[in-house]
Design a binder for this molecule. Structure first.
Ligand code: M6R
Length: 593
């Protein structure tokens, strides 16, 4: 999704903003722009371009500046064009704005306040610049900005520069994240910790409704009531500064390989020998609840499907899993005694934020599992648990999925009756992943032989079905092969009509109880010409199976059975020459509904 960076300080602002934008590339974008104060020309210059940041970099003269703002855009309103890229300049040329989020009432505002002002772009952002230009008159910028913000419906994190005060940056936010970092006399503002931490030693996360002004005098923060308040800075987590690929060609591959270490980190954090170290207030939230509702999107929702089994089996708590974007608009009947468990790698997913509003309105408690403890959802939910996956850069989520499942297992175990040595079982899963990663060399050939068609299916039962759905998402999102994940027994109720010669069907078989049934489904598709690949756990493996993974605790099998699926997706995308870490149309953190 869109990214914002602003810099004010003694070093070159253009360099820092461009570097910050590069660090935000992983979020997904289709155009970029920058504005900076050019001391020689005594003006604010604006440059923008479609496509990659390199296209923008090529446009920039060899200037240096002390103050700059920049943006990477992921199109929501209007096509990918230079005119729609940010920054946007007000109709009178005075104000320059970059914006993340969506202004829902932009058309109504244009009709009411800007009837005579021609639209120069198809974006919702231009309206913010234009309203500022129209409202400021002879008055001060802060007053005009407050008036504009008071009219906006939707979400925003924005930075504003003013040609009449070219050494000042204004920043404001509602619903979209915005962090202000500093080190000595340098200030950097960004929508994401990754962009901030290369410069800042400490940071503060702005709250909704606050406005920050940064200039020669320093930084001043006004809260949502317009009161001048003292910002509280906390140290930056330097883990976010380390964003290189190491020895790997892609972040996705690096992150796949990090999974054993992540699982070990989780058990070190949350299990002291056999004792749980889940915070007491979090465990207390589960006391006496009648029903657990898990809410999430995409891969996190797939982790939630595994979570349902874990909570029902380990803690005997009836659990439902909801797609956040559905829940936000069609919440089901909710009974007293419900607890809401949100799962989000980024902690910024807009569908979850809308769902959380409903949960709060109705007075239900909420807990979020997230990888980003500084995220909006971590602040807005009643409590959070960190999944300790470390920064996940590739758009395709891998280590966050296994980390989410491991933390769900630890949590379900902690609030349930125990019974298994979770520390040992998760450690065995980590070892099994490590063992399988030694076999990585088989995948290029396997993909070459079996994934020739533009469509594919994953099938499985029980937890294998949950993994089949995640496996299908992984394959489709980075290789663009149309893939669906099905319950193995459901194929014959319709989808089997799509099976013809050479269509790949990848079966996941880890569950002893249903292995024979899944083998029957395999036979059914094979007899209709499907090209079957079997991923089997050692204890249920048969002669001729293509991928064998070590046997681990039956409740934790997704931790290991997803690894072949991640590697298949990676190698299929590699063989097709796709942009593995930044697949088309996708964003790492989906901050709009
Ligand atoms: O940050 P979140 O976990 O809330 O994100 C949810 C989905 O957008 C995310 O899992 C998405 O499906 C991934 N690209 C899948 O790899």
């Amino acid at each position: 999704m869109c990214g914002i960076v602003g810099y004010f300080g003694e070093e070159d602002a253009i360099k820092h903003v461009m570097e910050g934008l590069r660090r935000l590339e992983y979020r997904g974008y289709d155009s970029a722009g920058i504005s900076y104060h050019d001391a020689k020309q005594k003006d604010l210059l604006v440059f923008k371009e479609t496509g990659r940041l390199d296209n923008l970099a090529r446009l920039l003269p060899p200037d240096e500046s002390r103050v700059a703002i920049g943006h990477t855009r992921w199109a929501t309103h209007g096509r990918v064009t230079k005119a729609n890229a940010h920054p946007h300049v007000s109709h009178d040329g005075r104000f320059i704005v970059v914006h993340n989020g969506i202004i829902e009432n932009h058309k109504a505002l244009a009709g009411t306040y800007l009837e005579d002002v021609p639209r120069r772009s198809a974006t919702d952002t231009e309206i913010i610049a234009d309203l500022l230009g129209s409202f400021v008159g002879d008055g001060d910028v802060l007053t005009a900005l407050r008036r504009v913000l008071g009219l906006l419906e939707g979400s925003y994190a924005l930075l504003v520069m003013d040609r009449e005060h070219p050494g000042t940056i204004y920043a404001a936010k509602r619903k979209s994240p915005l962090l202000v970092g500093r080190k000595g006399r340098e200030t950097i503002i960004a929508s994401d910790m990754t962009a901030l931490c290369a410069v800042a030693a400490e940071y503060t996360a702005l709250t909704d409704g606050s406005i920050v002004t940064i200039d020669e005098e320093g930084l001043s923060l006004h809260d949502h009531e317009g009161e001048l308040v003292r910002p509280e800075f906390v140290p930056v987590d330097k883990a976010y500064a380390e964003t290189d690929k190491g020895v790997f060609d892609h972040y996705m591959l690096k992150e796949i390989h990090e999974q054993p270490a992540v699982l070990r980190r989780i058990i070190d954090q949350y299990c002291e020998d056999e004792e749980s170290r889940i915070p007491k207030d979090v465990a207390a939230m589960f006391q006496g609840i009648e029903r657990l509702h898990i809410l999430a999107a995409g891969t996190s929702m797939h982790a939630g499907l595994v979570g349902k089994v874990l909570f029902e089996k380990l803690a005997r708590i009836p659990t439902e899993v909801h797609i956040a974007s559905e829940f936000a608009h069609h919440p089901p009947l909710l009974a007293e005694g419900s607890l809401f468990l949100l799962i989000s790698q980024s902690g910024e997913t807009a569908d979850l934020r809308s769902s959380l509003e409903i949960i709060k309105e109705r007075g239900f408690p909420s807990l979020i599992l997230t990888n980003v403890k500084t995220s909006t959802l971590a602040r807005e939910a009643d409590a959070y648990l960190e999944i300790f996956a470390g920064p996940e850069i590739a758009v395709a989520s891998t280590k966050a999925y296994t980390a989410q499942i491991a933390v769900l297992a630890v949590l379900a175990h902690a609030v349930g009756e125990g019974g298994i040595s979770l520390r040992k079982e998760v450690a065995l899963a980590a070892q099994a992943i490590e063992n399988h990663l030694q076999d990585r060399h088989i995948y290029a050939d396997l993909v070459d032989r079996h994934l020739k068609k533009p469509q594919a299916f994953y099938i499985g039962r029980g937890l294998d079905h949950a993994v089949a759905r995640e496996a299908a998402l992984k394959l489709k999102e980075i290789s663009y092969i149309h893939t669906e994940g099905f319950a193995a027994g459901e194929l014959k109720h319709g989808t089997i009509a799509l099976i013809e010669d050479q269509v790949p069907v990848i079966a996941i078989v880890t569950e002893e109880k249903t292995a024979a049934h899944t083998r029957s489904a395999i036979a059914e598709v094979e007899s209709r010409g499907a090209d079957v690949v079997v991923i089997a756990m050692a204890h249920v493996a048969e002669e001729g199976d293509h991928i064998i993974i070590d046997t681990i605790n039956p409740l934790l099998t997704p931790l290991v059975s997803v690894i072949p699926a991640q590697l298949i997706a990676y190698h299929a995308a590699l063989a097709r020459g796709k942009d593995i870490d930044k697949p088309r149309n996708l964003a790492k953190s989906v901050t709009v509904e």
